[in-house]
Design a protein around this ligand. Sequence first.
Ligand code: NAP
Length: 252
Amino acid sequence: MSQEIVFISGATSGIGKATAELLAKNGYKLILTGRRKERLVELENKLGAITEIKTLSFDITNNDELQKAFDSLPAEWKSIDILVNNAGNAHGLDPIQDGSIADWDAMIDINVKGLLHLSKLVMPGMVSRRKGHIVNIGSIAGKEVYPNGNVYCASKHAVDAITQGMRLDMNKYGIKVTGINPGLVETEFSEVRFKGNKERAESVYKGYSPLLPHDIAELIHFVITRPKHVNVADLLVLPTDQASSTVVNKNL
Ligand code: NAP
């Protein structure tokens, strides 16, 4: 059982929540974050019975909230061993000429700037301890661009570049940096993308077997449990029914 401290952004649903559940069972101490406080309380009640949990509620686009939340951690909890940069979403799926500026800003602010701002709080401690592992949740959208995906794809291409940049710059300090890039995973992702339109969201996952959040949680657990000399640098993981962003073998 590990006693390491893992900070998971976006633990209130989907991939982040499944990762919290799996890592709790494996004894990790967890810092779980998201905006929805009631979900953080539920997680604390459930997982607090099996491991030590801290929850922090903040909007990752709000630097003051983020800084205050981080500062509120007891000193021993600030020595974060593993950072899972997972918080993120797509907002909208429109041709670029029809895209909403609010949606574009949300994706850049959450997926790119949020990841950077949180990492900026955690990386100096890892560097000074000469120890740490950052796992960035990118996407197939960071490896290829699909029609109407424009700015979401741009944000995830940025995550891919930041992952590579982190690996280069922290290489001499022995810090591992991993990019995990999933294809279609059935979470609240599409509900957010389509602004609460459940029918449209559900149609994304119909007619084939999508990945489940637990599948990605298992990969995260795999990469953080490799021996000290092994860093899994970059993973692209797809449902068997998916060959690319646009090619999915659906039986509808
Ligand atoms: P999800 O179920 O919608 O979860 C998104 C998480 O991010 C939630 O916990 C949410 O918490 C948090 N979050 C969103 N905006 C936030 C903000 N402004 N401040 C703080 N936290 C915020 O979606 P998911 O599929 O698990 O997504 C997790 C990651 O996987 C994302 O980076 C996504 O881009 C990536 N991904 C997903 C898929 C997929 O098909 N699902 C594929 C490839 C990559 P609150 O709402 O409580 O704040």
